[in-house]
Design a protein around this ligand. Structure first.
Ligand code: URA
Length: 242
């Protein structure tokens, strides 16, 4: 990989800052000063030092964000701000992407990583990874809706959903619920409620597999996963049907 990318990923600043550092002669690879930002280095077999200090390289980044409303779950967009745009430079240097999408107006748990293998595993339809949402619903949510979700409902495009598990927190003209689903069809939660004649007015993701939104994160804030959280995702296996 390029030396400037490796150093940026290792917390030595943006690519621009790293370039300056290289120019200054502070960086050595296997003892030789390297000034060329395009120089290719193998972090596993070569020793890289900055001002004599060895650089410990890490390849992957795993971030938990409390996604704010009004921001796209994408890496880049010509017109609108994305979840990657709101990361610090040193984290963006790892080129993370969101694992799955939340709608622009949806809040809550979003995992960002550059680990394609983990992302693939969590998104694979075969893995049935559960995701739990909190939602505010216009209309009275009933036990009948819960039974319908358990059987699966037919969406506007004819797709019949897999079972979802509904918990009614409060019911009235405005209801509050939690819904766990194991799929990630476009607007799935909103369309499931449409299928039973109701409207989602607020949606927040709470969990994904065993990962639980850290409620101390303000909207738009994020942090790295703890070792335990990462391990739980890497080792995640489907437990039981909903
Ligand atoms: N279901 C939705 O309708 N929207 C989301 O953002 C996530 C799940």
């Amino acid at each position: 990989m390029r030396i400037d990318k490796m150093l940026a990923n290792s917390g030595f600043g943006s690519r621009k800052e790293v370039k300056k550092m290289l120019k200054s002669g502070a960086v050595k690879v296997d003892g030789a000063v390297i000034k060329d930002a395009k120089f290719h280095v193998d972090p596993d077999s070569q020793q890289v030092t900055v001002q004599g200090m060895e650089v410990e390289y890490r390849e992957f980044i795993y971030l938990m964000m409390n996604k704010p409303p009004g921001i796209l779950s994408a890496t880049e967009d010509d017109r609108q701000e994305t979840v990657v745009d709101i990361l610090e430079d040193e984290d963006r240097a790892f080129e993370p992407f969101p694992v799955g999408r939340l709608d622009k107006d949806t809040e809550g748990l979003l995992l960002l990583t550059n680990d394609g293998q983990l992302s693939h595993k969590l998104l694979s339809p075969k893995k049935h990874v559960p995701k739990k949402y909190f939602a505010v619903i216009e209309g009275e949510v009933t036990e009948e809706d819960g039974k319908a979700f358990q059987r699966g409902v037919t969406l506007d495009d004819g797709y019949h959903t897999k079972p979802g598990h509904l918990t009614i927190l409060s019911s009235g003209p405005i209801s509050e619920i939690e819904l766990t689903i194991t799929e990630g069809k476009f607007h799935q939660v909103k369309r499931m409620f449409e299928a039973v004649g109701k409207k989602v007015t607020y949606l927040k993701r709470l969990t994904m597999a065993d990962l639980v939104l850290d409620e101390t994160l303000e909207l738009g804030e994020y942090r790295e996963l703890t070792e335990e959280e990462l391990e739980s995702l890497v080792n995640y296996e489907k437990k039981a049907e909903l």
